[in-house]
Design a protein around this ligand. Structure first.
Ligand SMILES: *[C@@H]1O[C@H](CO)[C@@H](O)[C@H](O)[C@H]1NC(C)=O
Ligand SMILES: *[C@@H]1O[C@H](CO)[C@@H](O)[C@H](O)[C@H]1NC(C)=O
Length: 341
């Protein structure tokens, strides 16, 4: 007679297939559960693993990691920014406080609750912002024919959509209440191109795979200057098949391809971006500034957090890397041909 544990383990694959069929997707997003309020103190809502070299405070570490990624991106300031998976909106506040602030800020998250929270955050902290903000609640990758209004849709802006733009009439500006918007047909001007696409601590969740996403972003960047910058978690070269295919994907809400079909080293990672068409590619290992401080802050909270902290330290010992990546669109790319792997 097989043991109950054996029965449970062999039925896991079936369970993982059934659960998404009956439970709405929003409930399966780990971030719907991982509440920023329990991690931060004070009024901030950060949610990333943090950069801990100068602090042991979760909120400050998370803010430091966001700032570090923005510095690393080294994008042209005052341009067009797309922030994907901005969570409760703290990273949007970061973009809005750069000098000069972005002209356009596009904010994408898969959760309607996060769009709402972020709108409130921006409205309360930047009531007078001159940045044109657009909100998108959808999946990070664009699905052809389904997400017409997705910021990564290469045809967006070619479809004759009307877009609100500042009327820049010069001197007779009489304060905030009289500022006017004008309908401007942007189709003739071509689609908006990003100077920065910024993805903090989320890309490993993206379906169907990280490299598919990388190929989708490239044609939306400003030729010659537009930069994609993100942090990623790179699994060790060898992961147990059962762990990588069956156990971790539903547990971490990460597609199996983002665990099993990954570059084996930082050099291979760089080569992947170059193959897709990026130039000026940099890949840095930030593990030392991230894992230890994150695990230590969590473990001192006690309870279930200690289990999470323990898992983080196991991951670190087994060679999981926390990395930062940036790449630029070349000046004359015929980008977008190489989608997928
Ligand atoms: C941690 O940083 C946040 C944000 O700056 C602050 O509100 C909070 O008081 C700090 N917590 C501690 C324990 O210092
Ligand atoms: C962890 O971060 C929280 C929230 O920022 C802070 O209040 C707490 O003091 C930190 N814990 C330790 C042990 O540093």
């Amino acid at each position: 007679m097989p043991s109950p544990i054996f029965l449970f383990v062999v039925s896991l694959p079936l369970l993982f297939r059934l659960v998404p069929m009956v439970v709405p997707e929003a409930y399966l997003e780990p971030y719907a559960w991982w509440d920023a309020k329990t991690l931060n103190d004070g009024q901030v809502g950060w949610r990333n693993m943090g950069w801990w070299e100068t602090t042991d405070n979760f909120s400050l570490a998370a803010e430091a990691l966001a700032g570090k990624l923005l510095d690393f991106a080294d994008a042209r300031p005052g341009g067009n920014v797309l922030d994907i998976a901005h969570g409760a909106g703290e990273s949007l506040a970061l973009h809005l406080s750069t000098q000069p602030p972005p002209v356009n800020l596009h904010a994408l998250t898969s959760l309607a609750s996060e769009t709402r929270q972020s709108k409130d955050l921006v409205a309360s902290r930047f009531p007078d912002t001159t940045t044109q903000i657009e909100w998108f609640t959808c999946s990070a990758t664009y699905r052809t024919g389904r997400d017409i209004d997705h910021p990564l849709n290469p045809m967006r802006g070619f479809l004759g959509e009307k877009k609100r733009a500042w009327s820049d009439e010069g001197e007779d500006d009489e304060g905030d209440d009289t500022e006017e918007f004008e309908d401007e047909d942007v189709a003739s001007a071509g689609p908006l191109r990003y100077d920065l696409v910024y993805v903090l601590d989320a890309i490993y969740h993206f379906k169907p795979s990280v490299s598919y996403f990388l190929a989708q972003v490239l044609p939306t960047l400003q030729p010659g200057t537009g930069v994609l910058a993100y942090t990623d978690i790179l699994p060790p070269p060898k992961i147990n098949n059962v762990l990588g295919h069956l156990v971790l994907p539903p547990l971490l809400s990460v597609p199996a391809r983002n665990l099993m079909s990954r570059p084996k080293s930082l050099d291979e990672y760089k080569a992947l971006l170059e193959r897709i068409g990026y130039e000026g590619v940099e890949v840095q290992d930030w593990s030392d500034g991230v894992w230890k401080g994150f695990a230590s802050n969590l473990s001192r909270r006690g309870g279930l957090w200690r289990l999470v902290a323990w898992l983080v330290s196991v991951a670190e010992r087994n060679g999981w890397k926390f990395i930062a990546v940036r790449g630029r669109r070349p000046a004359d790319t015929g980008a977008g041909s190489l989608v997928g792997e």
